[in-house]
Design a protein around this ligand. Sequence first.
Ligand code: SF4
Ligand code: SF4
Length: 383
Amino acid sequence: MTAKAPPSREYSVFDPAEVDSLIRALTGRGYEVVGPTIRDGAILYDRLSSAEDLPKGWTDEQQGGKYRLKHREDGAFFGYTVGPHTWKKFLFPSSHVLWKARRSNGAFEIFPEEQKPTKFAFFGVRSCELQAIQVQDKIFLEGPYADPLYKSKREKMFIVAVNCAQAGGTCFCDSMGTGPSVSTGFDLLLTEVLRDARHFLVARAGSRRGAELLAEIPAQVASHAEIAAAASVVDETKRHMGRSMQTDGLKELLYRNSESPRWDVVAKRCLSCANCTLVCPTCFCSTIEDVTDLTGQEASRVRKWDSCFTTDFSYLHGGSVRATVRSKYRQWMMHKLAYWLDQFATSGCVGCGRCITWCPVGIDITEEAKAIRDSDSAISSVE
Ligand code: SF4
Ligand code: SF4
């Protein structure tokens, strides 16, 4: 008989009451802790002062064009999936003043906007969201022009990630290879377990800072059974994805079908409202606006989120390149699933499902990709 290995010191276990200790320890280290909280009938990301602010005992139900919150009886802290907000609202805010100019003695002076990057701790980041942050890193940090504000916030931030304990009706991270299990890019990883009348959190540090923080709260070395229970939570989530996306040959499929009649079908439903781009954690397009005050003494240059669904977005001298809904939707979906791979060597979609849930008419990127694949196979079989 072989002796049983001692419990792994890599994993700790702690009581739900210590979630508050974690938030307070982060605040004590000078972090602005932001994470999930209930507001306006949804789970949004905002400032957290204590565990009281978390959506404890709430879950969400999601389908195409539908979202609602529901009570759950078990008091889970992380018993929901993802809401309309993404972490990009902190790293790449929807509106940001780049500089201001003031009239002075018949001329004008320019003042760069003072940038005091907040030291954020993101609390409750899901696997697909971590992958989305890494996708945005490619845009804002790599290449010849790094975004200085993004860079300074990104370097300072602390990430508390959470393994998903339930999949939403519009989630498809498993088929995109981006979840539900968190693999890299975190300081601390939590798995919440509610099983056999027990409620506990299994934690693993992913950095020295994470290990130091974990050492500050009352926690024990996790037992084999507790680690196995945490692993089974993620396995169970995998089995309940609401959607799936067949990714093999997807880029080539879309390039081959740039004139598919399916683009006309989806264009008849699409309102060109841009919701899908605003809720998407990887979308990064912005525009620059110059505004003046009413007296004409001061002007500002502001960077704001933009979307490939607005007509002005593709405006060049003489008109917009993409003036029809068909061309706008095609640009968005092909960028996500095809051009992005050529541009950034990664998919622009992490399978979070937000664009499906928050589309007012329930247009579903997985359904559109499948319809194109089905029509492509039908054509190939005729040939
Ligand atoms: S395209 Fe849709 S499912 Fe994919 S990352 Fe963006 S919002 Fe999520
Ligand atoms: S696909 Fe849906 S969310 Fe996106 S622009 Fe069209 S109607 Fe709006």
